[in-house]
Design a protein around this ligand. Sequence first.
Ligand SMILES: NC(=O)c1ccc[n+]([C@@H]2O[C@H](COP(=O)([O-])OP(=O)(O)OC[C@H]3O[C@@H](n4cnc5c(N)ncnc54)[C@H](OP(=O)(O)O)[C@@H]3O)[C@@H](O)[C@H]2O)c1
Length: 230
Amino acid sequence: MLPRIIIHNQVSVDGRFDWIVPDLALFYGIAASLGEDATLAGSNTVLAGYPDEATWLSLDAEYEPTRREPDSSLPLLAVPDSRGRIRVWHLLRQEQYWRDAVALVSSSTPRDYLDYLERLRVDYIVAGDDHVDMRAALEELNARYGVKVVRADCGGTLNGVLLREGLVDEVSLLISPSLVGGTEVRSIFIAPELEAARGVIDLSLRRMERLEGDVVWLLYQVKQASRRGQ
Ligand SMILES: NC(=O)c1ccc[n+]([C@@H]2O[C@H](COP(=O)([O-])OP(=O)(O)OC[C@H]3O[C@@H](n4cnc5c(N)ncnc54)[C@H](OP(=O)(O)O)[C@@H]3O)[C@@H](O)[C@H]2O)c1
């Protein structure tokens, strides 16, 4: 079974990620209300949280693959990482937000990276040939770990894959009272250009709230006709 997928992002009024400073208390407060069993984090989003590569690689070398006692009510963390770039699993597993972490990889993921995951005792799901086949990986998260609700915590790239593949059920947006501007695509939805209007994803508004600091929370449901392959 495919879990329910909720995209959750904070953006400027013109839909951009860059330069705005998300209000983390608001962001994670709303995130906690979404009832996720798993967080799906993009590999770029994860790596953006660990900019000092030399430090975390040296920590990795010292890491002993022991699991802390996780609170089983916490969500699981799943990260698509077909290129085998994430070397901070030990740090992610020490975070208090998740009960454990799972790598989503593909048949093209280097064997030595899978060996590394096995050495760290990080579970992984193999789905897809080049990049991760997200539908298959999400179905496996449900089958293996009973994941029913996934909150996507990622940038426009992974959002774009999920949206274009018709995998998203809801979109939760915190709108910051700011305008950024610019010419590069830094929106929540990066994907190949549409060739016909039928590719537009229609939404229906489920909630609208004014929060602290003039932030507005919008919760949309993706209309059934915009979902594919169900
Ligand atoms: N303001 C907010 O709410 C918010 C929230 C989250 C993130 N962000 C920001 O967003 C930025 C990162 O965004 P991003 O768009 O660069 O990256 P991202 O969405 O975080 O990561 C890209 C992900 O897409 C996967 N991917 C790429 N092509 C794919 C395909 N064809 N099929 C399946 N999976 C595919 C990649 O997997 P592989 O590694 O396997 O290629 C990777 O896991 C960061 O600066 C972060 O801070 C902002």
